[in-house]
Ligand binder design. Structure first.
Ligand code: SAH
Length: 439
């Protein structure tokens, strides 16, 4: 989400005549986009703010803007007191405050915008919104496209609804227009984003859902691959699973967070499903689509979680052999129901023990699953080059990170790669001597 917001803002600023500086110390304007999903992320943002504070002391004319979930929808006044050197505060996905500030300060590029009325300026910016920023223009292969903003679900551990506001789906025409514009600029894969992405459209009063949107986005010529994230177990319909199966461009990879495997913990998290329901869902996905990857998110050490309850999460992962785990230790967040009503009573040492136990199981499962790809040929979308190691980097349809050596310019191409080494987190391979038809 933040990457997409940063991209939009960069495009708008370039439309006003700004260009990317070599480093923040050279810049006239510094925008810090923030995540606060866990305390660690917030601490990192605060650390950066302290660096910016000393920079602002040395260069008082630098404009400093703070964006994203740290600002949220109503934290700005509090933050202004704590960080008075910050000039502008922007809620997630809202760039207006900065554009207004720069306009008020007379900091627009006047040559570009001379004789243009305020409204026309705004329209110009809107049109430029989907243009890739200069630095990405020749190199970006994948792009993130938010389709549902905010979240109205209120899981007890989660700060997002308080910081990103209520759930809002973007109109389908706008999404299709954005993806088409991105593809015209060389983007080959899009990741459609939402906190509960499969709820897309439920607030629009049209008979149109995520599956319908996938069909429409898949019709865009020149786009190779579509992914979407994050799903919620209660909103994964058979229609959606079938759309993923039937549309070639949609990658068979689903991100379905389970968070915990114990029913009492799940109820305390207010997730709205049980261990059994989650297992049934994964079976349903795998029986309809045997090659699908199911990734998940797990939180260990939620308030009140006993070792026995934790072991239900462990067993669920062991039984289902999910394809990848995004793992987090529970972190108390301001405003959330868990913080207000529950005690963060699992010790840091115990949280780390549980994290490690899940992590080790995840590594074993991924190593074993990846080793099945040895000596097989997989199709890789090439995303970039690691110049230091002289090799290309890309992903398989199932989202496995793959490296291979090849002297040709393959950026943005689909390439067949023979896998000759497989670790838990990435694959290493080589291309055939006979050139595939894509060249
Ligand atoms: N909307 C998605 C993802 C939300 S954020 C969902 O409903 O699952 C991404 C992940 O961060 C979550 O899935 C969760 O595993 C983790 N997370 C969120 N709040 C957290 C907290 N307070 N402590 C630890 N992990 C958290």
């Amino acid at each position: 989400m933040n990457e997409a917001d940063s991209r939009h803002l960069s495009s708008q600023l370039e439309a006003l005549g700004y260009h990317e500086a070599d480093s923040s110390t050279d810049a006239d304007l510094v925008v810090l986009n923030t995540c606060v999903i866990r305390q660690q992320a917030e601490d990192k943002a605060v650390g950066k703010l302290h660096t910016l504070k000393s920079m602002k002391k040395k260069k008082p004319n630098t404009t400093i803007a703070l964006m994203g979930c740290m600002v949220g929808i109503k934290e700005a006044p509090r933050l202004k007191q704590r960080f008075p050197f910050v000039d502008v505060f922007m809620p997630p996905s809202e760039t207006e405050p900065l554009l207004d500030y720069l306009g008020d300060q007379g900091l627009y590029d006047h040559n570009k915008l001379r004789d243009t009325r305020e409204k026309a300026i705004r329209n110009a910016i809107q049109d430029e919104e989907f243009v890739l920023p200069a630095l990405q223009r020749k190199s970006a292969v994948t792009a993130h496209v938010p389709i549902v903003l905010g979240c109205s679900h209120a899981c007890t551990f989660c700060i997002i609804p308080y910081r990103r506001g209520i759930e809002r789906s973007r109109p389908k025409q706008e999404i299709v227009h954005e993806v088409t514009t991105l593809v015209d600029q060389g983007i080959r894969e899009v990741m459609l984003l939402g906190q509960i992405v499969d709820r897309y459209g439920t607030d629009l009063n049209e008979d149109y859902d995520l599956a319908d949107l996938l069909y429409d986005v898949a019709n865009i010529n020149g786009l190779f691959r579509i992914r979407f994230l994050t799903s919620h177990p209660n909103w994964m319909t058979d229609k959606l699973i079938d759309a993923v199966k039937d549309i070639d461009k949609v990658c068979p990879q689903l991100e379905i967070p389970v968070q915990a495997g114990n029913d009492e913990v799940l109820a305390n998290m207010r997730r709205g499903y049980t261990n059994a329901a989650y297992r049934t869902l994964v079976d349903r996905v795998r029986s309809r689509m045997p090659d699908a990857m199911v990734h998940t998110d797990i939180i260990v050490g939620f308030p009140g979680e006993t070792d026995e309850q934790f072991m239900d999460t462990y067993s669920l992962l062991k039984d289902l052999r999910l394809d990848k785990v995004h793992l987090a230790k529970y972190s108390e967040r301001p405003q959330t129901i868990a913080t207000r009503k529950m005690e963060d009573d699992v010790t840091p040492v115990e949280k780390e023990r549980r994290r490690k136990k899940i992590d080790e199981l995840d590594t074993i499962i991924q190593t074993e699953k990846n080793s099945r790809l040895l000596h097989k040929t997989v199709e890789v979308l090439v995303e970039g080059r690691d110049d230091r190691k002289g090799r290309w980097r890309g992903r398989t349809l199932q989202n496995k990170l793959t490296y291979f050596e090849d002297n040709r310019d393959l950026l943005g191409k689909l390439v067949d790669v023979n896998i000759n080494r497989a670790g838990p987190y990435s694959l290493l391979g080589s291309t055939s001597i006979s050139l595939p038809s894509m060249l």
